[in-house]
Design a protein around this ligand. Structure first.
Ligand SMILES: [Zn+2]
Length: 458
């Protein structure tokens, strides 16, 4: 069966070459000539039936992928030289192997498997394309995926990259890629965006038209890859340059090691706004840095994931500076984790910072202090007034004794007169006493004289 197909392919190629040469020779023009046989495109809407896929709010993956797939088919059919099939067009269970077998039966040139993503912690966002890990399937898948990724970037989605994933038997992890590779059909698995992340939700939640736009976008990437042209659409990708991917000699393994470097420095602390500017150095030599998250409590809790600056989807800058608003009045233990394209992360060093005082609190405290000072000033003023009143009273009291002194001096003057009078009085009294004594002495002398005279007569 495979031999028959390969033989058929060779014949087809030979016919194309011969017809091409014929055209060049006979028309002497560089007209691009299409093969008689159209390219066979198989579109596989992910999930269906009991296999619901990702579910978020009212959105279920198995309901979304057919809308994208039908729009993709409808758009592709506007191009010439293409035959398009859906693995299933009704809501039904279909094994992964049956989808690959369906593509094989149709002799598909490529299978495009459409999905929407979700993450366990609801923290991842962006679009990604998974490709087979070996040989020409890797090469074709990777070349197509680069066109598809550019479409995602143009739409505004964040690129999570173009990747391989291997199971423990060294096979493609995703069944559809594994079975398609077994059936010798190039394939890719397109994860359009994450149903459960607010950064991706604006790309699919605004109605069915957005899902159809995804389908048109996917069809355009396919048209570019196969150099299709459409008269209906008025586009011609005949000359489109498809990125070349060398066929790898060995299995292309995913990056299974964490980023080698995650080192942080605090560049600036704005005490007024509480904004801390952090510089992060990060490196992953096997892939690229995809996201970063920061912790203010030494790794107890983290911010949401943020986009790391990347000049191209598959490269990343070595350093990134970001500003974070830290809570006031709390000591901060800053740490930054960086994630590579394969969701492996490395923790940075921790930088401990003293609490930044809350300017609002400081303002309130200053206002309170000013109010208290004002109160104190008023109290002191009152006290001063009272003291002034008291001292005025005392001044009056001080004046009063002066008058008293004068009075006293008058009194003294009066007293000195009185004293003179008293002295006079005393002198008079003494004079009277003296006179009385003299009188008594004369009286006594008279008596003695009489007594002596009596004696002589005897
Ligand atoms: Zn899915």
């Amino acid at each position: 069966m495979k031999y028959v197909i390969s033989l058929k392919c060779r014949i087809r190629k030979a016919v194309v070459i011969a017809f091409g040469l014929f055209s060049i020779i006979f028309f002497s023009m560089g007209i691009s000539v299409r093969a008689d046989e159209p390219f066979v495109i198989v579109i596989d809407p992910g999930h269906g039936g009991e296999n619901r896929g990702g579910e978020h709010e009212q959105y279920t993956e198995k309901d979304l992928t057919p809308i994208v797939a039908r729009a993709m088919k409808e758009e592709l059919e506007k191009y010439e030289g293409v035959e398009v099939y859906l693995t299933h067009d009704i809501d039904m269970d279909m094994s992964i192997k049956d989808r690959a077998m369906f593509a094989s039966e149709k002799n598909a040139d490529f299978l495009f498997c459409l999905h929407f993503n979700m993450s366990v912690n609801h923290n991842l966002f962006g679009a990604e394309v998974w490709v087979p890990a070996t040989g020409e399937y890797y090469s074709k898948g990777y070349s197509f995926a680069q066109i598809q990724m550019q479409e995602f970037l143009d739409l505004g989605l964040y690129s999570r990259g173009i990747k391989t994933r291997i199971n423990d038997r060294n096979e493609n992890y995703y069944g559809i890629l594994r079975y398609c590779t077994e059936e010798r059909i190039p394939s890719v698995l397109i994860e359009h965006c994450h149903l459960d992340h607010p950064k991706d939700q604006p790309y699919y939640q605004e109605g069915e038209e957005q899902l159809k736009a995804f389908g048109i976008m996917d069809a355009t990437a396919v048209a570019k890859y196969f150099h299709l042209r459409s008269e209906i659409l008025g586009v011609d990708y005949s000359d489109y340059t498809v990125p070349e991917t060398p066929i790898p000699a060995d299995i292309v393994r995913p990056d299974d090691t964490e980023p080698e470097v995650s080192f942080i420095e605090v560049m600036d602390i704005d005490e007024d706004t509480g904004e801390v500017t952090v510089s992060v150095d990060a490196e992953d030599s096997d892939s690229y840095i995809l996201y970063y998250e920061y912790s203010l409590d030494g790794g107890e809790s983290y911010s949401e994931l943020n986009e790391w600056p990347r000049p191209e989807w598959n490269t990343s800058l070595q350093s990134n500076t970001f500003t974070v608003q830290v809570p006031y009045d709390q000591p901060i233990d800053l740490r930054v984790n960086v994630f590579n394209g394969f969701d492996l992360w490395t923790e940075s060093n921790i930088i401990s910072m003293e609490a930044i005082p809350d300017p609002e609190r400081l303002k309130r405290e200053a206002e309170l202090a000013a109010a208290r000072e004002e109160e104190l000033r008023k109290e002191q003023e009152q006290l001063q007034k009272e003291q002034e009143l008291e001292s005025a009273d005392r001044d009056l009291e001080v004046v009063m004794p002066k008058e008293e002194v004068q009075e006293i001096s008058v009194e003294e003057y009066t007293a000195s007169e009185e004293d003179t009078q008293s002295l006079l009085f005393v002198v008079i009294i003494l004079g009277i006493i003296l006179l009385a004594m003299i009188f008594v002495a004369f009286f006594m002398a008279g008596k003695i004289d009489l007594l002596l005279r009596d004696k002589k007569r005897r």
